[in-house]
Design a protein around this ligand. Sequence first.
Ligand SMILES: Nc1ncnc2c1ncn2[C@@H]1O[C@H](COP(=O)(O)OP(=O)(O)OP(=O)(O)O)[C@@H](O)[C@H]1O
Length: 786
Amino acid sequence: MECRQSGSTGGSTRAHDPADARTAALREEQDHVSGLYARLDTLRDRARAAMDEAYGRGGGGTLQARIEREVAAGEQAHRFTRLSGVERGLCFGRIDHRGADGSPGDTFYIGRVGLRDEDHEPVLIDWRAPAARLFYAATPGSPGTLLRRRHLHTRGRTVVGIDDEVFDLDGLSDTDRRTLVGEAALLATLRRGRTGRMSDVVATIQTEQDRVIRSGLQGVLVVQGGPGTGKTVAALHRAAYLLYTHRRTLERRGVLVVGPNATFLRYIGQVLPSLGETDVVLSTVGGLYPGVRATAPETPAAAVVKGDLRMADLVAAAVRDRQRAPAGDLEVEADDMVLRVDHATCAHLRDRARGLGLLPHNVARKLFVNELLLELARDQARQMDRPADAEDLEYMRASLWAEESVKAAVDGLWPDLAPQRLLSELFADAGAVAGAAARAGFTEEEWKALPRPAGHPWTTADVPLLDEAAELLGEDDGRAGAEQRAAERRRRAEERYAQGVLEFTGLFEDQMMEAPALAERHHAPGPELTTADRAEADRQWAYGHVIVDEAQELSAMAWRMVMRRVPTRSLTVVGDVAQTGSPAGARSWGEMLDTYVEGRWREERLLVNYRTPAEIMEVAADVLRAVAPEQEPPESVRGGEAPPTAVRMTDAELPEGLAPLVESELSAIGDGRLAVLTPDARHSGIAALLPAAAATTPQALDSPAVVLTVTQAKGLEFDAVIVVDPAGIIAQSPKGGHDLYVAVTRATRRLTVVYEDGLPDVLGRLAAPRRVAVDGAGRVRPREPR
Ligand SMILES: Nc1ncnc2c1ncn2[C@@H]1O[C@H](COP(=O)(O)OP(=O)(O)OP(=O)(O)O)[C@@H](O)[C@H]1O
């Protein structure tokens, strides 16, 4: 059996009054927690002293001495940083095991980091370690060897509360049994006001989430779940878990987290650092091509076409179109002569260069250029009427290449192309688009969405196309790129050397330091580059693991780009196909993933909604039934909030009416955050009515109220949400109904819908709002707690 209790129990106390027992238990836990903090202070002081000592020894000595010193200092610095990051909520749990004969067995305390005492005995278990597993995985039906799981609530270094789940009453002492009262740590956490930044949930991870977090590194794991089921938070804890468990692999190759937009990245940005992990690259799809910032909006029609896998053929066709033979013979003026190469020879040279083992365009160009110059040199020799041996021809070829007219003629036939140039010139030329699109199998109706004026800024949908072009063209990012690659090669060589030193000195076996870190520290001529820095700057970086959040939004072309970043196919794909807003996004996971890992991806489903109260989820479920009847809405864990409401306001009334509505909602939520969600086309108009909430940067999440489009609000949550013009949201795209589903599931406490002409049918329930029955703790109905 399982029973919950709040307050405290104390195994050793003799108290009979529950209040006394609670006080005694709190005191007991406080003593333990104070001991842990004292240990933390000691270890931190030691790390700091050791670091100072290592750096204080000066820069002299042999290379080996310097390396050893760097190893020691680096290790201590890392340790010091890690120990400093776990001050808040150092210890948050305790598990009591049953002993072999049924009597109380071992007790372990669970925390953000593992600590050992002076005798090397563990006094605090890292939440990611196998010994902590039951803290998250035990359920009443399957408690393993646990008698009890206890959550410790701390403020600063003080224990302010205890929350127990007891799995085996018989195994507990009399005192333990008498003091059972219940309050779930989870519900307390969920009731807190939002801050505009996601927090870690390490103390209250649920069993179904724990399965996601601790799933193996290999292969593709899909985490499908409705809004608020903790997909994002579980995926981020998974990143921390994988880095802990597979540190050797992942620290070198890095972990990439892909999110839907910059606001979202800021929203989740503090979770990993709070778990002690900083070496993770966070990026949007639009940010995955180094040097390009995709900012411009895309029309739905163009987004659909650009996201289609046939675009790979279109880009390939566009590259081939830039490998030309002249219409007639090639004629070039150089050295006061008109040099000539006939059409058939030019076409032959082009076909040969194309056919050479599918070399990228810019690499094959070198061959084409050399051969064409040779033909020009031969013609020059012929016209000068002088026999030329190989050496002469070589000389003539080099001097021809110095002629601007020759360069221009060659560029006209086979230009040196950067991806940006290829695509911007392509899209600015409707004829070129038509030709390439026809060969890729697009209809006119489809490709008509692509042409646009020269100089148009990049969109997110362009980025996978740039990546595709970069693959086909070969690296051509000029001197900076070449230098970067040379630096990377140097770094690898240094790493190999450092590995040798570590093995030689025995430090490698002690696992005191990894070769890459040593190589970096030893070299370090300027600011040190972390794995994350290097990975972010390198388009061809192969990550050790990639997590894609809101993955339903990625187009097939975006998947093609992401898959290039992770050749080992070690991925966590997190999303909800019922929330797909992008017209180029996924309708099913197989549709996107089978191309790369057919039948080899595994799926975990999250079914409990931790965000949206039941009153609001009822409304959302109506919307879901209309847009994706095959999908089940997640079950809300919480209720008892104000029923959602609908307010009629004409466009003429909005300027007068919206600001007071925002004010009254803000006062209803106290310190929390509010969002006004609008159709794309009405965003700037509504933002103009609410200047204090109109900021468009990701920092806007810091202010009490913010106006966002539904796309911008993807993945975010707010205490109160005002959805303006639901009919406009539905009508804005073929996926408008899905957008409305996203919009109404962003609120943690209060939802108001502002409409002009009649509520859309799917929101009919708002006409007769009702309360949902909840128990005393705010739970919707009794359910298995884990
Ligand atoms: N185990 C947990 N303990 C405490 N809070 C939790 C837990 N799981 C989820 N939450 C909270 O529930 C909220 C929703 O989580 P999250 O944003 O990860 O959901 P999601 O499934 O990604 O939602 P969406 O699909 O709408 O983006 C967050 O505030 C998160 O902190």
